[in-house]
Design a protein around this ligand. Sequence first.
Ligand code: PNS
Length: 177
Amino acid sequence: MKILAVYPGSFDPVTNGHLDIIMRGSRLFDEIVVAILRNPEKKAMFSLRERERVLARATAGIANVKVDSFEGLLVDYARKRGARVIVRGLRALSDFEYEYQMALMNRRLDSEIETVFMMPNEAYSYLSSRLVKEVVGLGGSVSGLVPPDVERQLGMRIGNGPASGKRTRKARKGGRR
Ligand code: PNS
């Protein structure tokens, strides 16, 4: 029997830590659906369309990865897709409490669906979408931490241009106001 997994999240924006988990999941499961939460109440920096496009491009080389979006209860979506597994990344102990609560609540809602925690490469253990936005907003570089598409979009949106880190150093030296 084929095992289909769902990897849900906000992905606002996707980081290389997320992509690391997707890659690991793709080796473990027959198919992994990256499911972006559609939440009109939560103001995202990137539109759903942008997040879908970036994720689709970043995972284009992995045959058993699909990108989709969902709203409502995750377990309802997983059931509808025929997925028996929810994948979540665990970076550090600090993630555990929230993830544990979610996993047990999801189990209570549907005992047939298992949550599987996966650890990203330790190089990404400190990486989060929130920090990425903060660093770019303050003029730092996130090169190597997010896909090139995301780096470019972040630079345009909240940094000082496509290569925000470099430009900002110049700006600090007085080359730009
Ligand atoms: O990337 P995030 O923001 O940590 O992802 C959180 C997500 C999307 C997995 C979580 O908010 C979720 O599953 N939302 C769907 C609504 C739901 O099912 N809530 C009950 C979960 S216990």
